[in-house]
Design a protein around this ligand. Structure first.
Ligand code: AMP
Length: 140
């Protein structure tokens, strides 16, 4: 059985402005910001503003909004990072590797021959994340 949504999760706090992030994009239903432990340059997270743990309990209209924003971010990331490919990744519940329980899609620019860094590996330098968020916003 799926557990219920806990509003004290870290992305809930980011949405409420209680902790900082490097924002890339926002509309009525979705929000996008830099992953703090990027698996590649430009790694962005796209989340719905409405609460859900993951795709298992999300309202279909939020899923549609989030994937639409992920598509927008993907196009910007290809341009901003000169990336020939984009990985969209999403985990549902702990057994599948989910760590933060507010629905999110990872948008990760990929280049031939460059390996992905580990999931939830090293924290990136804040100045670099700021620069990458600026590059993405410019490319949107
Ligand atoms: P997962 O739930 O498995 O998709 O992993 C959570 C993701 O959120 C990981 O890629 C983390 O690097 C990322 N993350 C965790 N805390 C923050 C934060 N405060 N700001 C941005 N990204 C975060």
């Amino acid at each position: 059985m799926t557990e219920s949504y806990d509003p004290e999760n870290i992305f809930g706090k980011i949405l409420r402005g209680e902790i900082p992030c490097h924002k890339v994009y926002e509309d009525d239903l979705t929000f996008a910001f830099m992953d703090i432990m990027p698996r590649a340059d430009g790694h962005t997270l796209v989340i719905p503003k409405n609460p859900s743990r993951n795709t298992l309990d999300a309202d279909p209209s939020d899923l549609a909004a989030v994937i639409t924003t992920a598509q927008k971010i993907s196009a910007a990331a290809m341009k901003a990072f000169d990336a020939p490919g984009i990985l969209i990744q999403q985990f549902n519940e702990q057994a599948a590797g989910q760590v933060v329980f507010h629905l999110h899609f990872h948008v990760i620019p990929r280049h031939e021959g460059i390996k992905l860094k580990p999931h939830t590996g090293e924290m990136a330098d804040q100045d670099i994340l700021k620069l990458h968020a600026e590059k993405l916003r410019t490319a949107l």
